[in-house]
Design a binder for this molecule. Structure first.
Ligand SMILES: O=C(O)CCC(=O)C(=O)O
Ligand SMILES: [Fe+2]
Length: 248
């Protein structure tokens, strides 16, 4: 669906000619990401995008969401628009900016294989099934993702949540040795045990002194993160959460 004309860019001095506000893609943030990713596994950049811009992107998402091609999960409370960069100029602008940022951080040309636009609404409290099985890693090896949170996130609005320090090799190898990430039967399947981590394994990690950290932040915050760390979208209990994610 071509919706390029559906939501015109507002006449706002905060946007440059490409349609985004400066703040995310700059040399300072590149240097910070280079330093933070190996150590902490993530970097949070506040005010990466102007809040008006986030509102415009949300309008585009809500226009696209009734589309039948949108993926629905968790009893329809989660909507996923894949390859969003092909669907609207605002998405494409963020996608291009992420490519430039990631290429500079990694020191070689990188192009995200997709941009996900995701919308989460509150889960029915009785829907226990949709709240479970969410902790995972995206890949055993380092994987870079760049999030743009489009709404203020709260403890209960379904924030991105991760366990800091679980991106380092020592930790990943210890999980590997315990059989928490792969099972022998994975050899014959396209799925991996690490895609839905065992709740008992997560409990042990959380009780071994590593707390989880929800990304509670203002709309417009950008997060660069190595998603080989354990993470999940925490179940949304009230309100809603909108985000864009570039997958590298
Ligand atoms: O939306 C989120 O907060 C996390 C989603 C996620 O983990 C994923 O798409 O791999
Ligand atoms: Fe993930």
């Amino acid at each position: 669906m071509n919706t390029h004309a559906a939501v015109p860019l507002p006449d706002n001095p905060n946007y440059n000619s490409l349609g985004f506000s400066p703040g995310f893609m700059n040399l300072d943030n590149i240097a910070k990401a280079e330093a933070a990713l190996p150590r902490e596994g993530y970097l949070i950049i506040e005010n990466g995008y102007h809040q008006d811009m986030c509102q415009e992107i949300i309008k585009v998402m809500d226009t696209l969401c009734p589309d039948k091609r949108v993926e629905r999960r968790y009893s329809g409370t989660e909507m996923r628009i894949w390859d969003a960069q092909k669907q609207h100029r605002l998405f494409e602008t963020f996608y291009q900016e992420c490519n430039l940022f990631a290429s500079n951080v990694m020191g070689h040309e990188m192009s995200a294989y997709t941009l996900l636009a995701i919308r989460n609404r509150a889960l029915d409290p009785s829907d226990l099934e949709s709240a479970k099985g969410r902790w995972h890693i995206d890949s055993f090896r380092k994987q870079l993702k760049i999030f743009l949170f489009l709404t203020d996130t709260t403890e209960s609005s379904g924030p991105f949540e991760f366990i800091p320090g679980t991106h380092v090799w020592n930790f990943k190898l210890s999980m590997l040795c315990k059989g928490a990430y792969f099972t022998p039967s994975d050899l014959f399947k396209t799925t991996r045990r690490y895609q839905h981590l065992d709740e008992a394994d997560i409990s042990k990690v959380l009780h071994s002194g590593r707390g989880s950290r929800p990304a509670i932040c203002k709309a417009g915050t950008v997060m660069v993160v190595n998603t080989s760390a354990i993470h999940r979208a925490r179940p949304c209990r009230e309100g809603s959460r909108y985000a864009l994610t570039a997958y590298f």
